[in-house]
Design a protein around this ligand. Structure first.
Ligand code: DC
Length: 229
């Protein structure tokens, strides 16, 4: 069991492929916390919208779909294995494919979508003992979180990580295409009017360039210690 002195909720943000999901899941395992990757919620909604042929420019329709869709953490799931139970079924690796990836930035721009998903994220956070990963967790979803961490790495390093991740899923992709796609998504995430990607003023920034996963987790654990000191 984690000590009651540890911050009850940890917000972990950063750009595409900065290592948030891997680091967040490892951190949650280490602390015995639940883990919510909010990117999966936006991806799941995008997947369902594509399946149902909902127009991705239609914020109202997408907002309704987000409200009707149930999204829960698996009751006894280990972090990362089944990220989310959507309308009663576990949704996993297909959400990481390129079809969803091309469309998700458009879907996540709509205020109606963000309103519905942020409300659900706050509900889940109320249970405490949670590591929540995303783009706007420290700035918008949980501005009161006792510890906010923002992970960074250069675009080239992130593109290489993303290429490895895709190849593990059997999707070969050329590095330059990945880099251009990543820069496009960075732009969409940072320039959107609502909840743009940026560190919270009180976030602790970690440059993950050249660090191993274990080293980044150690850095965050040091901050966890300091946040309660
Ligand atoms: O972290 P990710 O790549 O799985 O996120 C998928 C998309 O969802 C990404 O384009 C940005 C969006 N997103 C968001 O707008 N807000 C969040 N809290 C998490 C993800």
């Amino acid at each position: 069991m984690a000590s009651p002195m540890i911050p009850s909720v940890i917000a972990l943000d950063g750009p595409v492929a900065a290592g948030k999901t891997t680091v967040g899941a490892a951190l949650a395992r280490h602390l015995g916390y639940r883990f919510l990757d909010t990117g999966v919620m936006y991806r799941a909604l995008t997947w369902i919208a594509l399946q149902r042929g909902v127009d991705l420019e239609e914020g109202e329709a997408l907002g309704r779909l987000a409200t009707e869709t149930t999204m829960d953490l698996p009751p006894d799931g280990r972090p990362g294995e089944v990220p989310l139970v959507v309308n009663g079924s576990p949704l996993g690796p297909k959400l990481r494919g390129r079809v969803v990836e091309q469309a998700v930035s458009v879907v996540s721009r709509h205020p109606q979508v963000r309103g519905a998903l942020v409300a659900r994220q706050r509900e889940i956070a109320r249970g405490g003992r949670l590591v929540m990963v995303g783009r706007d967790i420290g700035t918008v979803v949980l501005p009161e979180a006792p510890l906010k961490v923002y992970l960074e790495a250069s675009p080239n390093e992130r593109a290489r990580r993303r290429q490895r991740e895709l190849s593990q899923q059997g999707e070969a992709a050329d590095l330059d295409t990945i880099l251009q796609d990543l820069l496009r998504r960075d732009r969409l995430d940072s320039e959107r009017a609502l909840s743009p990607l940026k560190p919270a003023p009180d976030a602790r920034i970690i440059d993950t360039q050249g660090l191993t996963l274990a080293e980044v987790v150690q850095e965050v654990l040091k901050l966890v210690g300091r946040a309660v000191a």
